[in-house]
Design a protein around this ligand. Structure first.
Ligand SMILES: [Zn+2]
Length: 197
């Protein structure tokens, strides 16, 4: 399984942001990939191409990062600046890789066009994402990523009904055993048994 990063432009800040991703992947990539496989019991099927974008204006251009649901190809990781902290890059990366992983196993709904689908997609993701993070990183870094992730989903600027936060809160009250059960149903049995609301 190979990850290919690509900078958005050939400007210096863009190349530096790209280099940061390469450095973090060098350090944590193996561990992240293994964690996905260990937690879900499935293997990566294909490589993933990742476009790295700095100075993204989410007010103007919509949500920050995307897993390319429609194209079924790459991921685009977008940041409001060219120098995001490492934990934000890792948080962004595992989130979007998680969508690709689900997609590679056709274990979830492939699109996220509206709020209901966004909620569904993120329940599928969050049911194993925290376990992946805890396996990928040392305890202190994992905790930082999880805390900041939660704060991000809790952001009041997101829509009132906030499907991210709903999905997050739903996943956080599940026991480890229940999370594993749902994972097995999703990945091994291709059954989405998530609640409708
Ligand atoms: Zn997402």
């Amino acid at each position: 399984m190979k990850i290919y990063f690509r900078p958005d432009e050939s400007t210096l800040p863009s190349i530096q942001l790209y280099a940061q991703h390469r450095r973090l992947w060098q350090e944590h990539g193996e561990s992240i990939l293994r964690a996905f496989e260990k937690v879900t019991g499935e293997s990566w099927q294909n490589g993933v191409r990742i476009l790295v974008v700095g100075n993204w204006d989410s007010e103007k251009n919509g949500f920050n990062s995307s897993a390319g649901f429609k194209s079924r190809r790459g991921i685009s990781l977008r940041y409001a600046s060219f120098n995001p902290p490492d934990w934000r890059v890792l948080s962004n990366l595992v989130h979007e890789l998680g969508h690709r992983f689900i997609d590679q196993h056709q274990a979830g709904s492939p699109h996220a066009d509206n709020e209901a689908e966004t909620l569904e997609n993120h329940r599928q993701l969050f049911v194993f994402l925290v376990d992946v993070i805890n396996r990928s990183f040392k305890a202190k870094l994992a905790q930082k990523i999880i805390t900041e992730m939660e704060a991000n989903y809790n952001d009041a600027r997101k829509s009132e009904s906030n499907p991210y936060l709903k999905a997050w809160q739903w996943s956080r009250q599940l026991t480890f055993k229940r999370r594993q059960e749902i994972c097995w149903l999703m990945f091994a049995q291709k059954i989405a048994i998530l609640p409708k609301k």
